[in-house]
Ligand binder design. Structure first.
Ligand SMILES: [Zn+2]
Ligand SMILES: [Zn+2]
Length: 165
């Protein structure tokens, strides 16, 4: 992350904590930093492990509590990609994107299409609705899994596989 946006993100968080009468602990800022240095989706457990590997002394409870605060001030986005584990990603100055989720391996792929913005603007205008955010998830089968399925199918259609019937 660029130094300037790192400062901005810290400032936003700091102001939010002040407004909410929450303590500005070094742990909370370390978590913010870790979240913003990471370029993918993560869950609380993987963030906890990443921080442990870097020898940060933060508890899971502190991570949960800090993520809640980051969600409230819109510095983090929450996703439910299927299954019941919530995943998160940084939200500040990130390109608006949507997600394709594979039902087989659970992989998450991002895609970005500027037409999404047009659709949003049109819906807002048509319905006279102030849109603050949107969520769009496509579920299906990724290329990797399709290739594997195809290979498996081709493998089982070989005649010599029918010997133990
Ligand atoms: Zn897959
Ligand atoms: Zn994403």
């Amino acid at each position: 992350m660029k130094a300037s946006s790192s400062d901005t993100v810290k400032k936003i968080f700091s102001q939010y904590l002040e407004k909410k009468g929450q303590r500005k602990t070094p742990e909370r800022f370390a978590i913010l930093e870790e979240v913003y240095s990471y370029n993918d989706h993560f869950d609380v457990d993987s963030l906890y492990l990443m921080m442990q590997n870097k020898k940060y002394q933060v508890s899971r409870a502190t991570i949960y509590n800090t993520i809640e605060l980051l969600l409230e001030c819109n510095l983090v986005t929450k996703h439910q990609f299927g299954g019941n584990i919530a995943r998160f990603e940084k939200a500040f100055e990130c390109l608006r994107h949507d997600h394709l989720i594979c039902n087989i391996c659970g992989s998450v792929t991002e895609f970005c299409d500027p037409r999404m913005k047009e659709i949003q603007n049109m819906a807002a205008e048509l319905m006279d609705f102030d849109i603050s955010s949107h969520a769009l998830y496509f579920y299906g089968v990724c290329k990797n899994c399709k290739d594997k399925l195809k290979a498996a199918e081709e493998g089982t259609t070989e005649p010599e596989n029918n010997t133990n019937e």
